[in-house]
Design a protein around this ligand. Structure first.
Ligand code: ADP
Ligand code: F6P
Length: 325
């Protein structure tokens, strides 16, 4: 039986899209209906909320979406949402549409927006959706698994041609300020160097020396995975080619990492997390973040979760260094 205080829940996606968001939306809609709520879909994140782009959802609204990348509700970055009067207006719009509970699927920025709505009486629950894995209170975010698999396959292909031409490749992957995608691809693709904001010391000369040494040891290519948070891959490739005399090319993988069919893991985890968000609202628990910690799906107070810090696993980085020899 649904919590008496909540009759209608809304769901929106916000920030960068991530494969698996549709599975989460589907779970919120179907679990919500199952719990006795009316469910409304808000299009285009907080921008759509301000424009009252709000749709009634039923089970059929989310048919045939679990396998699709992107988000059927569309997403947006709404810069004006940091302003207190805009947040108050958004909460009033929720109330006007009878939305007393809201599931926000997105990252840290989206949760800050959700907290602002919470201060105006909307009962919010966050679900972690970002390919970057950069949400501190959870060791899983929707879309990361698909993104790293997509990037891994692309890097395999670049590696083939890099080897044929005996070149060096600088391959830039997404991740905003975090190096998780780079670290995972670096290990999965057997990269010689992984440059991530958390550890990179800007010692390009050391990389140049290593490339020259590796060539002498018989390595036929050299893969450098460069995180977006470091960037400048094209100029880096030019400098490396000038210093080593070895042909060097840069490839920036870009938005392909955010699209495509979600992996099985992203579909399943997103489904569980979407359903858990509804369960929390139905139990009268709100201003919570659904997360995955130590192998279990759990939840945490939203402010507490936002205040947490997360360290890149040192061990994983060290292992990547040993295996690249
Ligand atoms: P993510 O949710 O993936 O971290 P963003 O940082 O782009 O992505 O945030 C998504 C949206 O959340 C922003 O466009 C804005 O509408 C809202 N948002 C971000 N930061 C804040 C904030 N400090 N206060 C209120 N809303 C915010
Ligand atoms: O947060 C996901 C992400 O793809 C980051 O990796 C990247 O820095 C950013 O979004 C790009 O955002 P936009 O779509 O606004 O260019």
């Amino acid at each position: 039986m649904a919590n008496q205080a909540i009759k209608t829940i809304g769901v929106l996606t916000s920030g960068g899209d991530a494969p698996g968001m549709n599975a989460a939306i589907r779970a919120v809609v179907r679990a919500g209906i199952g719990a006795g709520f009316r469910v409304k879909g808000i299009q285009r994140g907080y921008s759509g909320l301000l424009n009252e782009e709000i749709l009634d959802m039923n089970s059929r609204s989310v048919a045939d979406v679990i396998q699709k990348g992107g988000t059927i509700l569309y997403t947006a970055r709404c810069l004006e949402f940091v302003e207190p009067d805009v947040q108050e207006r958004a909460a009033d719009i929720c109330k006007k549409h009878g939305i007393d509970g809201l599931v926000v699927i997105g990252g840290d920025g989206s949760y800050r927006g959700a907290l602002a709505l919470a201060r105006h009486g909307i009962k919010v629950v966050g679900v972690p959706g970002t390919i970057d894995l950069d949400i501190n209170c959870t060791d899983y975010t929707i879309g990361f698994d698909t993104a790293v698999n997509t990037a891994m396959e692309a890097i395999d292909k670049i590696r083939d041609t890099s080897t044929s031409h005996e070149r060096c490749s600088v391959i830039e992957v997404m991740g905003r300020h975090a190096g998780y995608i780079a670290l995972w691809c670096g290990i999965a693709n057997g990269a010689e160097n992984i440059l991530i904001p958390e550890t990179y010391d800007n010692d390009e000369q050391a990389i140049v020396n290593q490339i020259v040494e590796d060539r002498k040891r018989g390595k036929r290519h050299h893969i450098i995975i460069n995180a977006e948070g470091i960037g400048h891959s094209t100029s880096m490739a030019r400098r490396i080619e000038a210093a080593t005399g070895i042909e060097t090319r840069a490839s920036i993988l870009g938005y392909m990492q955010r699209g495509g069919k979600p992996t099985c893991k992203d579909r399943v985890y997103a489904s569980i997390m979407g359903a858990k968000a509804v369960e929390l609202l139905a139990e009268g628990k709100y201003n919570r973040l659904v997360c995955h910690q130590h192998g279990e799906f759990t939840d945490i107070d939203m402010e507490e979760g936002l205040a947490m810090t997360k360290k890149l696993p040192k061990n994983e980085y060290q292992i990547s260094q040993v295996l690249a020899k």
